[in-house]
Design a protein around this ligand. Structure first.
Ligand code: SAM
Length: 294
C-alpha cells in the first residue's frame, strides 16, 4: 500500500466527493431518527495543506483553494448565489477550521461528517494502514460518537452491516491502487444491499479515460439485479478531457439508493463547480459532466 491521502487532500475530487457526502448527510438530517455513517476508507481524518505532502503536489490549489478564491472574502458568500445554499454546509465546516487569512487545514471525510452530525448520530471510521489509523484514532479516540477500526473493510464488510441505528450512509473511498478495486467495491455493495437494503451506498472512483468509467458503469448495470435496489445515480465531473490514462481528469461517484433530492441538486451544482474547478483551456471541447440514473 503506497497511497497516502495527504498528497491529494483538498483536490478537485475531494471537493466534489465531500460535497456529495455532505448533501447526503444533510438529507438524512431531515428526519429526527438518528443515523450512522460507515466510512470504509477513512484516511487520517485531517490534513495540513502547508505540509510537505500537500505542497509536493499542489493539488489543493485547483481544488478547495480555487473554490475559496471564488468567494467574497468578507461575507463568505459565493459569487454565484445560485449554489451558495447548496455549498454552505460543506464550506462552513472548512471555514470554521481556518480562522486565519490562509486556508491551511482541510478535513478528511470522517472529520467533515463529524462536524455535520447531531448528537445522536454515529460514525464508524475504518482505515487499514496503521500509520493513518493511528492518526485517525488520536483525532477521535475519545469521541463517543465515533468508532475507529483498524481493518480491511473489503474483508470485513459483512460484519459492518446492517448499520446500527438502521439508517445511514456507507461511504466507500478506496485508493484504486489494485486493478480490481471497482469490482471489489461492487462485490461489497452487492453483499451490503443483501444485509442492509435501505442503506445509501456512495462509491468514489477516479476517471482518467472516459471509456473506463463507461465500462464500470456497464458492469454496475449488469449487477444491479443482485442489489435489488431501484435507483442508482452515476455522477461525474471532468476538469480536463477524459481521453488519456496518464492523469486524473475527472471524478466520479456511484450512489445506490440516493436521496430523491440528490439528482436535481447535483444537476444544478455540478456545472457551476465544473466551471470553477476546470483545468482545461476555455476552447477545449469535451463533455464536462455526466449525471444519469442507472
Ligand atoms: C482515498 S483515501 C481516503 C480519504 C478519505 N475518505 C477522505 O475523503 O478524507 C483511501 C484510504 O483507504 C485506506 N485503505 C486502503 N485499502 C483499504 C481497505 N481495504 N480497508 C480500509 N482502508 C483501506 C488507505 O490507506 C487510504 O488511507
Amino acid at each position: 500500500m503506497n497511497y497516502l491521502h495527504a498528497y491529494h487532500a483538498g483536490n478537485f475530487a475531494d471537493v466534489v466527493k465531500h460535497l456529495t457526502m455532505t448533501l447526503i448527510i444533510e438529507y438524512l438530517k431531515h428526519k429526527d431518527t438518528p443515523f450512522r455513517l460507515l466510512d470504509t476508507h477513512a484516511g487520517s481524518g485531517i490534513y495540513q495543506l502547508t505540509e510537505k505532502e500537500a505542497q509536493a503536489t499542489g493539488e489543493a490549489d485547483t481544488g478547495i483553494l480555487r473554490l475559496f478564491e471564488n468567494m467574497d472574502p468578507k461575507c463568505k458568500i459565493l459569487i454565484n448565489s445560485q449554489i451558495d445554499e447548496v455549498l454552505a454546509p460543506y464550506l462552513d465546516v472548512v471555514s470554521a477550521m481556518n480562522t486565519g487569512e490562509q486556508l491551511q487545514t482541510y478535513p478528511g471525510s470522517p472529520l467533515l461528517a463529524k462536524q455535520l452530525l447531531r448528537s445522536a448520530d454515529r460514525i464508524t471510521a475504518c482505515e487499514l494502514r496503521i500509520s493513518e489509523y493511528e492518526k485517525l484514532n488520536r483525532l477521535f479516540g475519545r469521541d463517543k460518537q465515533i468508532l475507529t477500526r483498524n481493518i480491511d473493510s473489503w474483508k470485513e464488510i459483512k460484519g459492518l452491516l446492517p448499520l446500527e441505528p438502521k439508517r445511514g450512509l456507507i461511504l466507500m473511498d478506496p485508493p484504486f491502487e489494485q486493478p480490481n478495486e471497482f469490482e471489489r467495491a461492487l462485490d461489497a455493495i452487492c453483499l451490503g444491499t443483501k444485509r442492509f437494503s435501505g442503506g445509501i451506498y456512495a462509491l468514489w472512483y477516479p476517471i482518467k479515460a472516459r471509456h473506463q468509467a463507461d465500462k464500470w458503469s456497464k458492469l454496475l448495470v449488469k449487477r444491479k439485479p443482485e442489489m435489488g435496489v431501484e435507483t442508482i445515480l452515476r455522477s461525474e465531473l471532468y476538469v480536463r478531457a477524459p481521453d488519456n490514462d496518464t492523469q486524473l481528469n475527472g471524478t466520479g461517484m456511484i450512489i445506490v439508493n440516493p436521496p430523491y433530492t440528490l439528482f436535481n441538486t447535483l444537476d444544478t451544482v455540478l456545472p457551476v463547480l465544473q466551471r470553477i474547478l476546470q483545468q482545461a483551456s476555455k476552447t477545449e471541447r469535451f463533455q464536462k459532466t455526466v449525471l444519469e440514473t442507472l
